[in-house]
Design a protein around this ligand. Structure first.
Ligand code: BES
Ligand code: MN
Ligand code: ZN
Length: 462
């Protein structure tokens, strides 16, 4: 689905955003009727509190929206979504109380709160539409929201309709919409063209494993390559997941969905880069030909990998895709993946960790994350843990024993496959909102795309 700003008209209803601090002057300046009405409705300017103020004819004429105090109102939490979803059908505009980055965040939150996933059942979309504040770049905000919604739709669609074939179709549709070139390497061709680990992980599924490849932009522009984990369902393989852990694994293509949402933003905004998107699309299934614990795989890069847990499959498919992307020495190589449960244990569902050795890039990512209401937090590529990746009989172990620092050891595993890229950043996403929050529906979540977009815009200005 998609959403756009409404057209401003004389029907548009003004929304006054009122902080606790500004409540007294706001009441003072208001008419007696409005003051009495707000009092009767116990308007205290509590964050998210929404009161419709009727006009002479009884129809809504204004809205007072509570904006709380500095303590409750945390930048980046997209609080305005609460107001947008509380309002009845109509067209509104943000008339007072917000400016600059706060206004931008509020408009973004309003649009993001309109998301519904209605592929399988009728669900009414949000009814309160917002006219674009004229100090903002409306087109850009709509593009960010379209990318976010694409990611949510892809994640929310279950594996029965979003297996490797359907993901490939969605990938092609995206490429086609922007005039990008798309190719795919399937099944046995993965072995012929040396992607052994993508093949090994995906070969037990009815839908063949594949590597999706998209290129867009001017040939001589700086090269930015996005790699996204596209495990369309993760049973765990022969090391099968218990039911509760398997319950959410349709979202294990969240990295792929995120890089596709981000690619949509990059191409719509026509950023001056040479974009490449690589998605290993597989299902980690169980069958007689499934890969097994203690198998040793030889990766594209030549490093041998002992499989000590078939549930640590993401790093395997990503390793071959990263090695491939790295071969053309991109200026920036970005990996997005729902890679470890350990990242959730460390930081919870809302704050994905990112890993990079480029301190300047880390600062840019952290700053952009804050500014874009897209929280991310740096974790270290902790070199001393490298030793835990090295088993007896192969170069690498895909599931180090002990299980400490699982998100770091997974990141270190991936780093072994990258050596030519100028800068490399890996993000370990959750890709899911467990409990609906303002502007964030329950279900698939688009994490990191806005922040990474901003980093790319700043690194490679027009
Ligand atoms: N897709 C999972 C990671 C995951 C689990 C992400 C739950 C978000 C929520 C991944 O393939 C996996 O199973 N990782 C294992 C690795 C372990 C076997 C070394 C994990 O994190 O438990
Ligand atoms: Mn797994
Ligand atoms: Zn997985």
């Amino acid at each position: 689905m998609s959403v756009k700003f409404a057209q401003f008209s004389d029907q548009s209803i003004p929304v006054d955003v009122v902080s606790k601090k500004n409540l007294p002057p706001y009441l003072e300046a208001a008419s007696d009727e409005t003051r009495n009405w707000l009092k009767a409705n116990a308007f205290t300017a509590k964050l998210g509190q929404t009161v419709l103020i009727p006009g002479k004819d009884g129809a809504p004429a204004r809205v007072a929206a509570g904006w709380g105090d500095a303590k409750s109102r945390i930048r980046g939490r997209l609080h305005m979504g609460t107001v947008a979803t509380a309002l009845p059908e109509g067209e509104y505009y943000l008339a007072s109380g917000l400016e600059g980055e706060e206004l931008e965040e509020a408009a973004l939150a309003w649009l993001l709160s309109a998301y519904v996933f209605n592929r399988y059942k009728e669900k009414s979309a949000a009814k309160a539409r917002l006219a674009a504040p004229d100090t903002l770049n409306a087109k850009r905000l709509e593009t960010l929201v379209a990318g976010d919604f694409l990611t949510r739709d892809l994640i929310n669609t279950p594996a029965s309709d979003m297996g490797p074939e359907a993901l490939e179709q969605a990938f092609y549709n995206l490429g086609k919409a922007h005039g990008a070139e798309c190719t795919a390497i399937h099944a046995e061709a993965l072995l012929e063209q040396n992607f052994p680990m993508i093949h090994a992980v995906g070969r037990a599924s009815d839908q063949a494993p594949r590597l999706l490849d998209m290129r867009w932009g001017k040939l001589d522009a700086p090269k930015v390559t996005l790699v996204g984990k596209g495990v369309c369902f993760d049973t765990g393989g022969l090391n099968i997941k218990p039911g509760a852990s398997m319950g959410l694994m349709k979202k294990d293509m969240g990295g792929a969905a995120t890089v596709m949402g981000l690619a949509h933003m990059i191409m719509s905004l026509e950023l001056p880069i040479r974009l490449r998107v690589l998605v290993p699309a597989v299902e980690n299934s169980i069958s007689a030909n499934a890969f097994r614990p203690q198998d040793v795989l030889t990766s594209r890069k030549g490093l041998t990998v002992e499989i000590n847990n078939t549930d640590a499959e993401g790093r395997l498919v990503l390793a071959d895709a990263l090695a491939y992307g790295d071969e053309e020495s991109p200026d920036l190589l970005i990996c997005n993946a729902t890679l470890t449960g350990a990242a959730r244990v460390a930081l919870g569902p809302d704050v994905p960790p990112f890993f990079t050795d480029d301190d300047a890039l880390a600062a840019e990512v952290a700053q952009a994350a804050k500014q874009c209401s897209d929280p991310l937090w740096r974790m270290p590529f902790w070199d001393p843990y490298e030793a835990t990746l090295e088993p007896d009989i192969a170069d690498l172990d895909n599931a180090p024993t002990g299980g400490f620092a699982g998100s770091i050891t997974a990141a270190l595993f991936l780093r072994r496959f990258v050596e030519n890229a100028q800068s490399f950043v890996h993000l370990d996403l959750y890709g899911w909102t467990p409990v609906a929050k303002s502007a964030r529906s329950k279900g698939g979540a688009c994490q990191s795309a806005r922040a990474i977009l901003q980093v790319i815009e700043q690194r490679f200005p027009k």
